[in-house]
Design a binder for this molecule. Structure first.
Ligand SMILES: [Zn+2]
Length: 302
């Protein structure tokens, strides 16, 4: 399938028509391939032509890929490196699940959007949640079944048939920046949450200090990211959908030393050496504070 692209015309979040060009693209997006949008791609610094909203500061691909086209690419994504890092990934999800424990002490049902190979779902299930989730990659859904015995849904989230008002928590960790339909995605999360249910959303902050300092080398600048939210655009996105923000924090990532080394050309020698399995066991916490971690509630009708 070849790429088809659409023009935004207005801010995709707040609909403000005053948008400007923010940065010129740095890769040939007409030839976009699945390996460029997988989670562990190392195409850092590669960006779409980006526009910025004069009102809410939202930064977005303009033109952007048609939803069916980008969905078909995600359907083909295979990412074995992601799953080799299962231990580190689990560590990333623990603080989120700790917070959800506090916000939803009764647990109940949790839906993970962009569930990848099911690591968050598996971790949540061990803590007493009933879990469900969706991912477009058939490879990832197969891995989730084989590794964790999870039955995830394969496909897009926005149009999935999911029972309404039936979840106590919805998690969107590094999902919203990948979809060309963020408004529909958050609307869908609202729909499937039960009254009183919580949405946890994690996404990069392009106006963060780390992003400004790293400039073009900021690790979140990559072809898979179609949008970069600002504090204001996230608030608009969530409140428009009906959510009330409860907590907003800075997110810290944990990776193994092996994974970080594999991201940098000059360190690759170590990852191919006998030190490899040793490096995999060393967790490094990156407190860059360059992602938002937001908890929002679907209030019960008063
Ligand atoms: Zn806007």
């Amino acid at each position: 399938m070849t790429g088809r692209f659409l023009r935004a015309g207005a801010c995709p979040v707040c609909r403000n028509p005053e948008i400007k060009s923010w940065k010129k693209g740095t890769f040939d997006f007409a030839g976009l391939r699945p390996d460029q949008i997988k989670i562990t791609d190392s195409a850092y610094g590669k960006i779409w032509d980006l526009g910025v909203c004069g009102k809410c500061g939202h930064v977005f691909a303009d033109p952007y890929p048609e939803p069916d086209f980008i969905a078909s690419l995600y359907g083909e994504v295979e990412d074995p490196l992601y799953d080799q890092e299962a231990e580190g990934r689990t560590r990333n999800f623990v603080p989120i699940l700790d917070r959800l424990d506090r916000l939803c002490p009764e647990h109940g049902a949790l839906f993970d959007v962009g569930a990848a190979t099911g690591i968050l779902c598996d971790t949540a299930r061990r803590r007493g949640w009933r879990v469900d989730g969706v991912d477009p990659s058939s490879w990832a859904v197969r891995q989730a079944a084989e590794k964790y015995g999870l039955t995830l849904r394969e496909g897009g989230f926005e149009d999935a048939t999911i029972a309404e008002a039936s979840f106590q928590a919805v998690t969107m960790v590094d999902f919203i920046e990948h979809t060309p339909r963020p408004v529909e995605a958050v609307g869908k999360a609202f729909l499937i949450l039960a009254p009183g249910g919580i949405l946890c959303l994690v996404t990069p902050d392009i106006h963060s200090r780390a992003a400004r300092l790293a400039g073009r080398r900021w690790w979140h600048l990559r072809p898979g990211h179609l949008a970069y939210f600002s504090k204001e655009s996230l608030r608009a996105l969530l409140e428009e959908a009906g959510f009330r923000i409860l907590e907003s924090r800075r997110y810290s990532w944990t990776f193994s030393l092996h994974y970080l080394a594999s991201r940098f050309q000059w360190m690759r020698f170590f990852t191919q050496s006998r030190a490899s399995s040793f490096l995999r066991r060393i967790p490094i916490k990156l407190s860059l504070g360059d992602s938002f971690e937001i908890y929002a509630v679907k209030d019960r009708p008063s």
